[in-house]
Write a new protein. Structure first.
Length: 389
């Protein structure tokens, strides 16, 4: 199969730039990429811009948007909702997602359902249950079902090994308080340095890495020093901690601006979350902008899912562009090339290059000229060479 008459962006296409190129697909992989139109008949892209399939490095197929809420005692019901949620990511061009914690490890089961072709969905990198401490209160039904609680270095190692035995692709820890819990204190660390080191060392011995929920500056600093691979959120990243990050090339930031977008319509809920999240959003804007301008390694995450308003309106794209001032090409690279590198998947996905998976999103307009094209769902999406939208 050949995709003809497509615009290609060189940073996303192995250096190929063209207004009317072609991409040949064979057995779900990219066979060739040309700056010229193909000779054989194929799918006419109509001059649209072809970009790699998008990657969300921080999402959840449960928990967010109420998926699984109230059904924590019924794992099968949670799984059904998780499957329905996962199938919607493709609608928005996300062909790969990293699930950063799920109720009853539902993300693992959805991952397998996609691999076996039981459902049409993105490829999934799944953490299973998140690891946190007894300081992470209250222990709601969702918390008990999605968190492996551990205290002390030895118990943290035990929790990590338990998740690895249950086939976690990576380990997600909570190093600071959560904004999601109304009583959480995001500026407070809730895991000490020895516990973080225990998690990192146990994960390495199992051949996986650690991603850390971190709002607090001190927690971010401890995680960088301990060898955590990705810092999720990084809301209160300070200038000294940023210097440490810049000296630690293997550690990346995964900001999630859309998690602070308030979409509730109930007046009381809306007022509560606006009061809670607005100061966090302002701090995150300033701190992530400083990190961006310093050239920090930065991936693309949403901490939202495809059932939520944030996806429907492209809020993460919008906030990075309009709130932080990131360039269109940098945001596109974060959501494709850079995310693939951070997740260790550059040999499979992230670019339009021969040998990689044939994951594509066709945009009506060039996002470098009109970035708002990413604020709504695309018309055409391919995953592994198959058009699924």
């Amino acid at each position: 199969m050949i995709l003809n008459n497509c615009r290609l962006i060189p940073e996303l296409s192995g250096g190929v730039e063209t207004f009317c190129g072609s991409v040949e697909i064979q057995d779900g992989k990219i066979l060739s990429v040309s700056a010229k139109a193909g000779d054989a008949a194929g799918f006419d892209c109509g001059g649209g811009t072809l970009i790699p399939g998008l990657i969300d490095a921080h999402t959840h197929v449960t928990i967010l948007g109420g998926v699984g809420e109230g059904k924590e005692q019924d794992p099968q019901a949670v799984l059904v909702e998780a499957l329905a949620c996962a199938s919607r990511f493709l609608d928005y061009g996300f062909t790969t997602i990293r699930d950063c914690g799920s109720i009853h490890r539902a993300g693992h089961y959805v991952r397998e359902a996609v691999k076996r072709g039981i459902i049409s969905g993105p490829r999934i990198i799944s953490a299973g249950r998140q690891i946190s401490t007894s300081a992470d209160t209250p222990k709601s039904c969702i918390s008990r079902a999605s968190i492996n609680f551990a205290d002390g270095e030895a118990d943290t190692r035990r929790a990590v090994r338990e998740e690895c035995v249950n086939l976690a692709d990576f380990i997600k820890i909570y190093a600071s308080g959560s904004a999601y819990l109304p009583t959480g204190v995001p500026k407070h660390p809730i895991m000490d340095y020895d516990e973080i080191c225990g998690a990192v060392n146990a994960a390495r011995s199992c051949g996986v890495y650690v991603a850390a929920h971190c709002h607090a500056d001190s927690a971010i600093r401890s995680c960088i020093r301990a060898g955590v691979k990705t810092i999720e959120h990084a809301t209160y990243l300070g200038s000294e901690t940023l210097k440490l990050l810049m000296d630690t090339p293997d550690c990346a930031l995964v900001p999630t601006f859309s998690a602070m977008y308030v979409s509730q319509t109930d007046p009381e809920l809306k007022a509560f979350w606006e009061a809670r999240l607005a100061p966090m959003l302002e701090s995150c804007r300033a701190n992530i902008r400083a990190a961006y301008e310093a050239g920090a390694l930065m991936g693309f995450g949403t901490d939202s899912n495809a059932l939520m308003t944030q996806y429907k309106l492209g809020i993460e794209f919008k906030m990075r562009r309009e709130l932080v001032g990131m360039s269109p090409i940098d945001i596109l690279m974060q959501a494709t090339v850079i995310n693939a590198a951070i997740l260790g998947l550059s040999e499979r996905i992230g670019q339009i290059k021969p040998g990689l998976e044939a994951d594509f999103v066709l945009l009506e307009r060039d996002p470098r000229e009109d970035f708002s094209v990413l604020y709504s769902a695309p018309q055409h999406v391919w995953k592994s060479g198959k058009m699924i939208k």
